[in-house]
Design a protein around this ligand. Structure first.
Ligand SMILES: Cc1cc2nc3c(=O)[nH]c(=O)nc-3n(C[C@H](O)[C@H](O)[C@H](O)COP(=O)(O)OP(=O)(O)OC[C@H]3O[C@@H](n4cnc5c(N)ncnc54)[C@H](O)[C@@H]3O)c2cc1C
Length: 256
């Protein structure tokens, strides 16, 4: 079985929008989206000691290789990065097109995603990619079992659990409750350097610039604004008078 895991390289630290591009400033340090570590872990668990292959796939700038190397250090067998200047500024429509094109070539039985990306929090890309691949999709998986022909998922919902089965090949987005991702061992980190790391351009995927970046996007950011002020805020420190101070504040606001 081949398992492809989609992982995103996300900026670390506080988010800043670059007013000139109206995009998130991605110039600083980045790291593997922590929700995607759950997806890598699940792929490695499914692989176990079998001869299954785990390939991590990302779309991003070249420094996204750092996050892919973390997936290798955790135990993935190889990685594929789609990186092309023309892809900068890709919205969901363009991102899903590029990732789906890269995934088609992998011919994976199972494609895993994290539940969301910590920078954009869309929690939607997996559905768009599955639609483009024409595969069934199950989200919020908190248990996952594969029996060769199908995948069975315990899906977390607001009201309890669903048990859902889909035939392979399929797309599954895992919940962050599914597992505890392993830390890469020193041996894993050293071994990662020797594993295959493919970097593909749009041309390698048979796509052109009109299908990526702003040109290939379905949305345009028109304006950006600060969130409205929350008005007066008062900070009550946690000493022995704090409880009384909170009561006095609520009474003053006529909330008691
Ligand atoms: C106008 C516009 C311009 C944008 N420009 C950029 C840009 O220049 N660079 C940029 O990175 N984003 C850009 N974005 C955001 C980008 O479109 C989203 O990051 C993308 O559609 C995925 O959505 P999400 O991050 O909300 O992921 P979610 O839907 O929350 O992610 C779910 C899962 O999808 C997978 N995933 C998400 N993104 C990737 C990826 N890139 N590679 C592999 N797997 C992934 C992960 O498994 C993740 O857990 C732009 C958005 C807009 C609207």
């Amino acid at each position: 079985m081949r398992i492809a895991v989609c992982v995103k390289h996300v900026p670390e630290g506080p988010s800043r929008i670059d007013p000139s591009t109206k995009r998130l400033d991605r110039a600083g340090e980045g790291a593997l989206n922590h929700f995607d570590a759950n997806a890598v872990e699940e792929a490695l668990r499914l692989k176990g000691d079998s001869d299954s292959e785990v390939v991590a796939v990302s779309l991003g700038p070249e420094k996204a290789l750092d996050s892919l190397r973390k997936a290798l250090a955790m135990g993935a067998d190889r990685v594929v990065l789609v990186s092309d200047d023309a892809a900068a500024g890709s919205d969901l429509v363009a991102t899903s097109r590029l990732l789906a094109a890269a995934l088609e070539r992998q011919e994976a039985d199972l494609v895993l995603f994290g539940q969301q990306a910590a920078d954009a929090d869309g929690a939607v890309l997996w559905a768009a990619v599955a639609e483009r691949l024409g595969r069934p999709v199950i989200s919020q998986a908190m248990e996952l079992a594969v029996d060769g022909e199908s995948v069975r998922v315990k899906r977390q919902t607001e009201f309890g659990y669903d048990t859902i089965e889909a035939s392979l090949p399929a797309v599954v987005a895992v919940s962050d409750a599914i597992n505890e991702p392993r830390y890469p061992s020193l041996k894993g980190i050293m071994g990662a350097k020797k594993k295959p790391q493919d970097v593909l351009t749009l041309a390698d995927l048979g796509l052109d610039g009109a299908e990526a970046g702003e040109a290939g996007s379905g949305t345009t950011v028109l304006a950006l604004g600060e969130p409205p002020s929350r008005g007066d805020a008062r900070k009550i420190e946690g000493d022995s008078n704090a409880a009384q101070a909170i009561v006095d504040f609520l009474a003053e606001k006529r909330l008691l």
